[in-house]
Design a protein. Structure first.
Ligand code: PLP
Length: 407
């Protein structure tokens, strides 16, 4: 008789965004005359940049020729992409990452979800709270937690590091000593970034306690301020304690194309076993490589034309984020983020819970955002809006929110 992985039964309800989608669908069917604007889910809206489309078309044409056909991709990714990543994302920032420390994948979500597989199930995991839910849920699935405490909104056996207004949305070193530490900066959902000095403290701490930092840098392209590290490898000693995940989704609009990568430095070793070797083994066994045409599109992200076009797209989203942030502040809200990240994190007014504010915004302003409590207990009383909409919709949404506040 088969049994199931009972850890799955510990998982909470439906995924945050499906609950949001259900509520929005129900509202729309009751009010077909109303225009609902979504500044909720973190998906991009601009079409792919011309340089990327050109590379895709060229690669598609190649695939139709005898000489240009490509089957299974090399395990780590094609050299043309690995070399571009090593040069543009790391060497250009003074970080020495060699192509054989990079593993190309079909996106950061899979990597941040799967990376925990190479660690023991007895590892103590520390996460920020609020947090991108994938880190928590994949560790629940793997059996690294106990049950969910509904009253506290936390899983037994996880170390939660609150990120709230009081600490500037930057976690303090935890009281309990963890083995794995998930950090994401610029942060989803709070939009907060961390200075190089602050990140260096985490690197020093991880090296001291022999922990591994799983650093999610999916939003590094949105950094606008100096002294905010784009990569954890800008910090001294990070190669002995950190794995970094990157995505082509938010910098170049690949949410539908799918491309990302993970860096596992060669220096990262546990009792003589190289984590790079383990991840290569895992990658080779369970993954067959991102498509050639998509990797060629990824290469185009680093071309001169690609870089210029992508910069414009990021500026477009960041202009939205600026307008959201400033519009909220002008309306009397406390708003954070939106400077080094496309996310704006606001304190809900009048002590409303996150979901109460969600309902109010949907029903009275027809604007959709994401309830902060969906990202963890410390997100209660906060709400996330994103800069990924169009200028027109963003302007209109802010106008409606401002009207709501002054009613
Ligand atoms: N990491 C964070 C923090 C994210 O917010 C997201 C997507 O929203 C991802 C990873 C997933 O990126 P990808 O589209 O590359 O899977």
């Amino acid at each position: 008789m088969f049994t199931i992985n009972e850890n799955y039964l510990k998982l909470q309800g439906s995924y945050l965004f499906s609950t949001v989608a259900k509520k929005v669908a129900a509202y729309k069917s009751m009010h077909p005359d109303k225009t609902v604007i979504s500044l909720g889910i973190g998906d991009v809206t601009l079409p792919l940049a011309p340089a990327i489309i050109e590379a895709l078309q060229k690669a598609v044409a190649e695939m139709g020729t005898k000489e240009g056909f490509h089957g299974y991709a090399p395990e780590r990714g094609y050299d043309f992409l690995l070399n571009a990543i090593a040069k543009e994302d790391f060497a250009a920032r003074g970080c020495e990452i060699s192509p054989d420390e990079i593993f190309v994948s079909d996106g950061a979500k899979c990597d941040v979800g799967n990376i925990q597989e190479i660690f023991g199930t007895d590892n103590l995991v520390a996460v920020c709270d609020p947090v991108y839910p994938v880190y928590v849920d994949t560790n629940v699935m793997a059996g690294r937690t106990g049950v969910y405490d509904k009253a506290l909104g936390t899983y037994e056996g996880l170390v939660y590091m609150p990120c709230t207004q009081e600490n500037g949305f930057a976690p303090k070193l935890p009281d309990k000593t963890p083995d794995l530490i998930y950090l994401c900066f610029p942060n989803n959902p709070t939009g907060a970034a961390i200075t190089k000095e602050a990140l260096q403290k985490w690197v020093d701490y991880a090296n001291e306690i022999h922990a591994v930092i799983l650093f999610d840098a999916a939003y590094e392209a949105y950094i606008t301020e100096e002294n905010i590290p784009h990569s954890i490898y800008e910090c001294e000693g990070a190669k002995t304690c950190a794995i970094e995940m990157r995505s082509f989704s938010k910098n170049a609009g690949f949410t539908g194309l799918r491309l990302g990568y993970t860096v596992v430095p060669k220096e990262l070793v546990s009792n003589g076993v190289s984590l790079n070797d383990l991840w290569l083994r895992r990658h080779g066994t369970k993954y067959n490589g991102a498509p050639y045409i998509v990797q060629r599109a990824g290469e185009a992200v680093y071309s001169e034309a690609g870089k210029a076009q992508i910069k414009e797209q990021i500026a477009y989203y960041m202009e939205n984020a600026r307008q959201i942030r400033e519009g909220l502040i002008a309306a009397g809200y406390q708003a954070f983020g939106g400077v080094n990240s496309p996310y704006v994190w606001l304190k809900t007014p009048d002590n409303l819970t996150s979901w109460e504010f969600f309902d109010k915004l949907l029903n009275e302003a027809q604007v959709v955002g994401t309830p902060g409590s969906g990202f963890g207990a410390s997100g209660e009383g906060y709400f996330r809006l994103t800069g990924f909409g169009t200028h027109e919709n963003t302007k209109e949404a802010i106008k409606r929110i401002q009207a709501l506040k002054t009613k």
